[in-house]
Design a protein around this ligand. Structure first.
Ligand code: NDP
Ligand code: ZN
Length: 365
């Protein structure tokens, strides 16, 4: 049996997202069917839809910040029940056998097809012939009315979180939470956040809730007040005087800039032994003066989303600390406009699609 579904998808790298009717398989053993309520719009969705990473499978139906309600469960499901408020992030399966999977770090899955992304199929594309371990080359994400996911890749959304604001925690939240935890941010640490967009907003809130002193580096002077409202200091990127004052200041700097960018200006700002983590740019970066790293045993690092366990942790952490992303809810018919505004840096701070806006299109389909 299949489920009638509809979503918004791009047919090629330069097309607008348009309605696409399709079918999802019914929930099989161990799977849950979720009626999608809200889906966040991540900058990765734009990169993927526009084939910035050269690996897009079309049609491309983005959406990996999904919140919804369980509407059916397959046989053997024990973790979720019909009516539960749940979330789905960037991953819907992994090989479950490799060392990272065994260590519950599924986002670094080393299986033959790596993890299965919520949209765009396996992270390592299938060989042309012979298929792959997931039995599909593409997957359709959360810009749609319904999704079916293995129960252990489905998260529990705490009831105290605003539903629409919970959605971006599934990617923007965990992508910033994971490195903050990995590099051991604790009270009194000094954390720099570079790029104050969807991820940056969450990075500031999470680091503050962990007790860190936070400084935002922004290219947008108008965002300084928003940073201060969150208890962070704000520095305009490239402000030489401010950079001089902040030399050897930070225990961790987290860059969320979505494009390749220079790292060199930030190295002097790292304290002895500290780390600069770039999560934004999934692309070759310009080099740096290695001597500057050597002299302070400093590191430059990357970090990929977060594990399923960390995704549950960050949802619970946000509920416990009363924090959530700042969101602007839009109907799905405005998603192309939202992409334009996101690329122009005009979003404050995350667009979230109200999936109820898909109903008329579902009825027509
Ligand atoms: P947003 O567009 O919401 O925010 C990015 C911010 O970076 C902007 O608001 C702007 O902040 C700043 N910025 C944008 N362009 C430039 C530029 N050319 N130079 C300097 N600063 C710039 O994006 P998201 O927060 O949703 O995503 C950020 C990046 O993280 C994306 O590339 C996305 O693909 C990636 N990502 C990576 C993940 C991972 O696992 N590593 C997971 C999720 C996303 P300001 O106005 O303050 O300067
Ligand atoms: Zn994302």
């Amino acid at each position: 049996m299949t489920i009638k579904a509809i979503g918004y998808a791009a047919n090629h790298s330069f097309s607008r997202l348009k309605p696409l009717a399709f079918e999802r398989e019914d929930a099989g053993p161990g799977e849950v069917e979720i009626e999608i309520l809200y889906c966040g719009v991540c900058h990765s969705d734009v990169h993927q839809a526009e084939n910035d990473w050269g690996n897009t499978v079309y049609p491309c139906m983005p959406g990996h910040e999904i919140v919804g309600r369980v509407t059916r469960t397959g046989t053997g499901v024990t973790l979720h029940a019909v009516g539960d408020l749940v979330g789905v992030g960037c991953m819907i399966d992994s090989c479950r056998e490799c060392a990272p999977c065994e260590a519950h770090e599924e986002q670094y899955c080393e299986g033959p097809n790596s993890w299965l992304a919520t949209y765009n199929g396996p992270m390592v594309p299938a060989a042309k012939a012979g298929g792959n371990m997931y039995g599909r080359d593409n997957s359709y994400g959360g810009y749609s009315n319904v999704v079916v996911v293995k129960e252990d890749f489905v998260l529990k959304v705490p009831a105290t979180l605003p539903i629409e604001a919970a959605a971006p925690i599934l990617c923007a939240g965990v992508t910033t939470y994971s490195p903050l935890r990995h590099w051991g941010v604790k009270p009194g640490h000094k954390v720099g956040v570079v790029g104050f967009g969807g991820l940056g907003d969450m990075a500031v809130k999470l680091a503050r809730a962990m007790g860190a002193e936070v400084t935002v580096f922004t290219t947008t002077p108008e965002k300084a007040d928003a940073a201060r409202a969150l208890g962070a200091a704000a520095v305009l990127e490239g402000d030489k005087q401010a950079y001089k004052t902040l030399e050897r200041h930070f225990d961790l700097i987290l860059s969320t800039i979505p494009e390749k960018h220079r790292v060199d200006p930030f190295v002097p700002l790292l304290a002895h032994g500290a780390t600069f983590v770039a999560v934004g740019a999934l692309t070759p970066m310009p080099g740096w003066n290695h001597q500057a790293l050597v002299m302070g045993r400093k590191s430059i690092a990357g970090s990929l989303i977060g594990s399923i366990a960390e995704t549950q942790d960050v949802l619970d952490f946000c509920a416990e600390h009363g924090i959530a992303p700042d969101v602007e809810v839009i109907p799905i018919q405005q998603v192309n406009e939202a992409y334009k505004k996101m690329k122009a840096g005009e979003v404050r701070f995350r667009y979230v699609i109200d999936i109820a806006s898909l109903k008329p299109e579902l009825e027509e389909a």
